[in-house]
Ligand binder design. Structure first.
Ligand code: UD1
Ligand code: UDP
Length: 359
C-alpha cells in the first residue's frame, strides 16, 4: 500500500509524525512525505522535521506565501502534476490549513481517496479561513479521524456516513507525550537563559487578532498590563511580526519578551512550566489542557470545545477587561485545573494505522 502524507504549515508536523511512525511499524506500507512549502522559514518548518524525527520530505512543492486563492491554487497545480505521475492508494491530510483543503480538492477530482486527520472540528465561524478548510476537507474525505466525540457529532449532523468516521484521539498529544521527556531535558538550560523565575507564555497569529491595528493594539496593551504582574514570553509568528512592522507597532514594555518562533522542544518546555498561557492557537489550547496549564484564548469561539468543558481553557474573546481579570484569577491560584480527556493518551497514531492498514 502506498500512502502520501501532505503537510505544509507548522502544526501539521506535530500531527503527521505519530501517524507516519505508527504506519511504519505496521509493515507493508510505503510512505511519502509531501511538503507543500506553505511554511518555509527554518524555524517554521525545518526545525520541526529535525526535532520530531520526521524523514526529509520526499518532495517540497515550494508554494510559499500568497493570498488564499493564490496559495491554494499553487498547491493544487503542483500537487496534481505530481499525483498524475505517481498514484498513491491513500492521501492523508492534517488539520485545517490551506494545504489540507487544497490537497483534498486535488485528490477528490483524481479519485484518490483522502483520509482527514483531525476531522470534525467546528468553530461555526465561517469568517475563519480554517473553518472553510475544515468543511471542504470533511465533505471530500473518504475516512475521517476525529480527536474527540464532538467531532463525530458535528460530522453526523452534516450527513457524513458514520461508517467513514473513526474516533481515534489527538495526534498532537501523541507527539507531546513522546517528546515531553526530551523537552524537559532542556529545561534547566532554558530557564537559566530566560532568567525569569515565573512567566506566562503568549502566542497570537490569527488574522482576526493581528492583522488590524485596531484589534491588535488593545490586546498588546492588555498584555503589557498583565506583564506588570507576570512577565510574558511571546514568540512572534511571522505573520504577527510582519503586521507589527507594517503598522509600526513596537511594544516597549520590559515585561513583554518578544522572541523568534521557537522550536518544538523549547516551546513545549516553556509551556509546561508557564503559570499561564494566552493564545489564539488551536494546538496550544490542546497542549495547555493536556499539561494542566491554565489557558486564556483570545477568540470568540473555539473548534476545540472540549478544552473548555474538560480542560484548562477559557475564552475571553475581544474583551480585554476579561483577559486582565481572568489572568488575575489564575495568578491568585484560581485557574482551571482540568481533567484527562478520553483518548488523548499518546496512541492516536496507532489507532489510525490500525484502521488504514490493519495488521
Ligand atoms: C497558517 C494557517 C493557520 C495556522 C497557521 C499555523 C491557513 C489559512 N492558515 O496561518 O490555520 O494556524 O498557519 O502557524 O492555512 N510567513 C513567513 N514565513 C513562513 C510562513 C509564513 O514569513 O515560513 C509569513 C508570510 O508573510 C505570510 C504570512 O506569514 O504571508 C502568513 O502565512 P500563511 O501560511 O498564509 O498563514 P498563517 O498565518 O501562517
Ligand atoms: N509551537 C512551537 N513554537 C512556537 C509556537 C508554537 O513549536 O513558537 C507549536 C505548539 O507547541 C503546537 C503548534 O506549534 O504544537 C501549534 O501551531 P500553531 O499555533 O502555529 O498553529 P495552530 O495550532 O493554531 O493551527
Amino acid at each position: 500500500m502506498l500512502i502520501f502524507h501532505v503537510v505544509g504549515a507548522r502544526p501539521n508536523f506535530m500531527k503527521v509524525a505519530p501517524v507516519m511512525a505508527a504506519l511504519g511499524e505496521q509493515g507493508r506500507v510505503e510512505q511519502r512525505l509531501v511538503h507543500t512549502g506553505q511554511h518555509y522559514d527554518a524555524n517554521m518548518s525545518e526545525i520541526f522535521i529535525r526535532q520530531l524525527g520526521l524523514p526529509e520530505p520526499d518532495v517540497n512543492l515550494e508554494v510559499g506565501s500568497g493570498s488564499h486563492a493564490v496559495q491554494t491554487a499553487e498547491i493544487m497545480m503542483r500537487l496534481e502534476e505530481m499525483l498524475l505521475l505517481q498514484r498513491p492508494d491513500w492521501v492523508l491530510v492534517y488539520g485545517d490549513v490551506n494545504s489540507t483543503a487544497a490537497a483534498s480538492l486535488v485528490c477528490a477530482k483524481l479519485l484518490i481517496p483522502v483520509a482527514h486527520v483531525e476531522a470534525g472540528l467546528r468553530s461555526f465561524d465561517r469568517t475563519m479561513p480554517e473553518e472553510i478548510n475544515r468543511l471542504v476537507t470533511d465533505q471530500l474525505a473518504s475516512l475521517l479521524f476525529t480527536p474527540s466525540s464532538d467531532g463525530n457529532e458535528n460530522l453526523l449532523r452534516e450527513g457524513i456516513p458514520p461508517s467513514k468516521v473513526h474516533l481515534v484521539g489527538n495526534v498532537m498529544i501523541d507527539t507531546l507525550v513522546r517528546l515531553l521527556p526530551k523537552a524537559e531535558e532542556r529545561w534547566d538550560a532554558l530557564r537559566k537563559e530566560l532568567g525569569l523565575a515565573s512567566y506566562g507564555l503568549v502566542t497570537l497569529h490569527r488574522p482576526s487578532n493581528v492583522d488590524e491595528p485596531a484589534k491588535f493594539r488593545p490586546i498588546l496593551t492588555a498584555l503589557e498590563d498583565i506583564g506588570q504582574h507576570l512577565p510574558l514570553v511571546f514568540p512572534l509568528h511571522p505573520r504577527t511580526r510582519q503586521r507589527m512592522a507594517a503598522h509600526g507597532i513596537a511594544p516597549a514594555s520590559a515585561h513583554l519578551h518578544l522572541v523568534e518562533p521557537l522550536g518544538y522542544l523549547d516551546f513545549l518546555a516553556l509551556q509546561h512550566h508557564a503559570r499561564l498561557v494566552i493564545t489564539d492557537s488551536g494546538g496550544v489550547q490542546e497542549e495547555s489542557t493536556f499539561l494542566g496549564v491554565p489557558c486564556l484564548t483570545v477568540r470568540e469561539n473555539t473548534e476545540r470545545p472540549i478544552t473548555m468543558t474538560l480542560g484548562t481553557n477559557t475564552l475571553v474573546g475581544e474583551d480585554m477587561a476579561l483577559l486582565r481579570r481572568e489572568a488575575g484569577h489564575i495568578l491568585a491560584g484560581q485557574g482551571k485545573k482540568g481533567a484527562d480527556i478520553p483518548l488523548w493518551d499518546g496512541q492516536a497514531g496507532r489507532r489510525i494505522a490500525d484502521v488504514l492498514a490493519p495488521r
